[in-house]
Ligand binder design. Structure first.
Ligand SMILES: NC(=O)c1ccc[n+]([C@@H]2O[C@H](COP(=O)([O-])OP(=O)(O)OC[C@H]3O[C@@H](n4cnc5c(N)ncnc54)[C@H](O)[C@@H]3O)[C@@H](O)[C@H]2O)c1
Length: 362
């Protein structure tokens, strides 16, 4: 079945939705875009042209759009502090929701959104697009194939050169914890997926070097433990000097009982331990090259399709809002850990918000 979509957010990353992610799903009959919203008329007009919509299908007010447009679900691509507002409008119209990450800009709002969606009996998915990129999917398949054995450590480096004001969309330069909330949510999500278990304990340090034109912290180092005994390390900076591991070119490494798998700049390589040797040495770049998985859709385009399969009655997408609270809990427990200067138990942290206890905010 073809689902009718009301898309909210045509500028910034929403422009990519309008010119790249939505169109292949329109072409193959997965969706039809029946309405478009942005408060910025220029972005709205550009999106309208890419999607081939009529002027009367485009709105500068979300309230008006939700009143006027009949759709099966809405897609949300506006800053996270505004996600809940759109979720409320969608649920009032009985619509399902596919939203950009993070669920919201606070733990409280993220939990509230998941609870409202459940109470309304609707479906909501979150586009953790990087986990579903071609290179990360290839690494995940390699690690979960069992040929490498049990996962011991997972690590990630993100190093983007966005120190100049406005270079990473204005709201990120003005918000608290831009790296953790807007960036690391992807990387921590991928690390938990590679570890193969929920995160149990997290310890984070965050700071802002003097050259970073931000209000919040741009640099983080996070150490993690997962429920299956795996450990994780994350190093993230959105004010790094040279853009060494920018968006989509991150470094990931998975150490297992009998091998090492590395993803760096979209290239995957694997090293196998030779059990006949007493010890061995390896060097990045000299491993066995692993071809990227074949597929037509990746990232957001794939997630739109997965969401529609879920609406069709198929299995819940991996990044359904309830399960995705795990990734948000990693981010906000890391923030709390950085504030307190001590490790935090992630599942207890999440549970405290679920129960409305908010133990960590007393
Ligand atoms: N998955 C990814 O790789 C990825 C990448 C970038 C951004 N994002 C996510 O996408 C979302 C948007 O980020 P961005 O970088 O595009 O932000 P942005 O600030 O660059 O653009 C936001 C757009 O939303 C519009 N907007 C703001 N308030 C609105 C409202 N009330 N109603 C309608 N439109 C409104 C703005 O006019 C602008 O066009 C965030 O949740 C962000 O985390 C995801």
């Amino acid at each position: 079945m073809t689902y009718n979509v009301l898309h909210v957010g045509a500028g910034g990353f929403g422009a990519r939705w309008c010119d790249t992610f939505l169109p292949p799903n329109v072409t193959d009959g997965t969706i039809e875009v029946v309405g478009l919203v942005d408060i910025d008329t220029k972005a709205l007009e550009q999106g309208r042209r890419h999607l081939g919509l009529k002027a009367e299908q485009c709105f500068t007010s979300a309230q008006e759009a939700f009143r006027a447009v009949k759709a099966d679900f809405c897609t949300i691509v506006i800053p996270p502090a505004l996600h809940e507002l759109i979720v409320d409008l969608a649920l009032a119209q009985g619509m399902h929701i596919l939203s950009e990450k993070p669920i919201a800009d606070t733990m409280e709002a993220s939990v509230r959104i998941a609870d409202k969606v459940k109470a309304a009996g609707r479906k909501m998915g979150v586009t953790m697009s990087h986990r579903f990129d071609q290179d990360k999917s290839t690494l995940r398949k390699l690690v979960s194939a069992d040929t490498l054995g049990r996962v011991n450590t997972v690590s990630c480096r993100f190093a983007g050169d966005y120190r100049i004001y406005d270079s990473w969309s204005r709201f990120r330069h003005e918000m608290v914890h831009p790296m953790l909330i807007e960036g690391a949510v992807h990387h921590l999500d991928i690390l938990a997926d590679l570890a193969g278990a929920p995160c149990t304990s997290i310890f984070a340090r965050s700071w802002k070097p003097e050259w970073a034109e931000y209000k919040g912290d741009t640099d983080v180092i996070v150490s993690m433990e997962f429920a299956n005994g795996a450990h994780g390390v994350y190093e993230g900076s959105s004010a790094q000097s040279t853009g060494l591991n920018d968006w989509t070119f991150e470094y990931f490494r998975v150490e297992t009982a009998s091998g090492t798998a590395i993803l760096d700049h979209r290239e995957v390589e694997v090293f196998h331990r030779d059990p006949k040797r007493i010890y061995q040495r390896s060097r990045q770049g000299k491993g066995q090259h692993v071809s990227l998985l074949a597929g037509k859709k990746w990232g957001n385009s794939l997630l739109i399709e997965q969401f529609c399969h879920w609406l069709d009655g198929g299995p819940a997408m991996a990044t359904n809002v309830e399960d995705n609270l795990q990734s948000v809990a990693m981010v906000f427990s890391a923030i709390e850990s950085a504030r307190l200067g001590q490790p935090l138990k992630v599942q207890e942290f999440l549970h405290s918000f679920r129960e409305g206890l908010q133990l960590h905010h007393n």
